[in-house]
Design a protein around this ligand. Structure first.
Ligand SMILES: *Cc1c(COP(=O)(O)O)cnc(C)c1O
Length: 385
């Protein structure tokens, strides 16, 4: 038994604030009754603000991976080509899913240090004169690499190529942390999840659906049942769901939407940007390298830090967990044991960030990782300026 609070500084699930925990500590109600219907209608309406959309948003009692599958099977038909861009492990997993489901992913290779290149996507679409590509899928914030891609630029490249493919974007670790403008950026299908910027426990996921995506769903799509948007939209109009919703998590979602509205979305984004900048200054002062090569693609939700001299990231993470009761994110797949990830998203403030960075700096020292002390000081200087 440890005293004090565990620091959950993985890039999701994030720390669940007490307000949300208390909001969920309630009996489940009849999900076909009038009280539920009123709550459901309000939630489905208020969710739109966080997605910055007028489009319909559906809620699944599933992790984010479920909403990935929903996005694919509702609009794509068997064998359809789908253009996907390798920004890290999450883009890779979405591509693997598309292949497993029987679609035909065209995977544009990346080196895990750069975001989706709009120019390259545009060129690929221009070359597709027969319009075989039915969708372009991009991960807005690849949580494995800490890389944020410019979705507005991808939209513009698609428009310039005059290509009719749908734009589908994974915002699982950016929604509610990094500005994401569904309508202004012309995103046809948004995929989101509960346990990152929305500060909830895992278990809910979302699709925002444009008119064009809805038309594709009605005209085609793959075999689907549980994920079928068409079964959702009817009951949703009255605040209900076709099967039993995760009522407790919806109580939490109500509280999360209120918290984001009280702070103001733009203030939420600015807070994340500030904490990310303080973190990057700490990493630079330590003399360590950030995985994202370009400063403008560095994520405001997390920072992936490369280990020096082939030293192991997992030994460092184990030391930090053991000595200071803090969980840092592990390196995934191609960067396993080569990077550790600092989550700085969700319910977070300056002193929580400083505690996090202190834990990292003390861990670097205890684990004998080559570095220059002073990252914590650099972050303090930035935050107190
Ligand atoms: C966490 C995450 C996922 C996977 O979501 P699950 O809830 O684990 O299914 C997918 N994409 C991104 C960008 C993520 O951060």
């Amino acid at each position: 038994m440890r005293s004090g609070r565990h620091f959950l500084q993985i890039p999701g699930p994030t720390n669940t604030p007490d307000r949300i925990l208390r909001a969920m500590h309630r009996a489940v109600i009849d999900h076909r009754g009038p009280e539920f219907g009123a709550m459901g209608r309000d939630l489905l309406r208020d969710l739109k603000a966080v997605f910055q959309t007028e489009n319909h948003v559906v809620i699944y009692p599933a992790s984010g991976t479920g909403a990935w599958e929903a996005a694919l099977v509702n609009v794509l038909s068997p064998g359809d080509e789908v253009l996907m861009y390798e920004t890290g492990q999450f883009a890779t997993l979405w591509k693997n899913m598309a292949a497993k489901l029987g679609f035909d992913p065209v995977f544009m290779q990346g080196d895990w240090r750069h975001g989706a290149q709009a120019g390259a996507i545009g060129a690929q679409l221009t070359a597709d004169t027969g319009h075989q590509i039915k969708a372009v899928c991009v991960v807005h914030n690849d949580t494995a690499t800490g890389i944020t891609s410019d979705i507005a630029a991808v939209r513009k490249a698609m428009d310039d190529a005059q290509h009719p493919a749908l734009l589908m974007v994974d915002t699982i670790s950016s929604l509610g942390s990094i500005d994401f403008q569904t309508d202004a950026w012309g995103v046809d299908v948004v995929v989101a999840g509960s346990q990152k910027g929305l500060m909830l426990p895992p278990g809910l996921s979302f699709n925002a659906i444009s008119d064009k995506a809805w038309a594709a769903c009605e005209a085609g799509g793959d075999r689907r049942s549980y994920w079928d948007w068409r079964d959702m939209v009817g009951p949703n109009a009255q605040g209900f769901f076709p099967y039993t919703p995760a009522t407790t998590l919806l109580y939490g979602l109500r509280e999360a939407l209120d918290m984001l509205a009280e702070e103001g979305l733009h203030n939420v984004f600015a807070r994340h940007a500030r904490h990310a900048e303080a973190t990057r200054r700490a990493v630079e002062a330590w003399g360590l390298e950030i995985l994202a090569a370009h400063p403008h693609e560095r994520s405001n939700a997390l920072t992936a830090v490369m280990m020096p001299d082939a030293q192991g990231a997992d030994a460092l993470r184990a030391e930090v967990l053991d000595s200071f009761d803090m969980s840092l994110g592990t390196g995934l797949n191609k960067v396993a044991d080569k990077v550790f990830r600092i989550g700085h998203l969700g319910d977070f403030n300056d002193l929580m960030l400083m505690g996090t960075l202190c834990g990292v700096e003390m861990g670097l020292k205890r684990a004998g990782v080559s570095h220059t002390p002073g990252g914590v000081q650099a972050a303090m200087d930035f935050l107190s300026a």
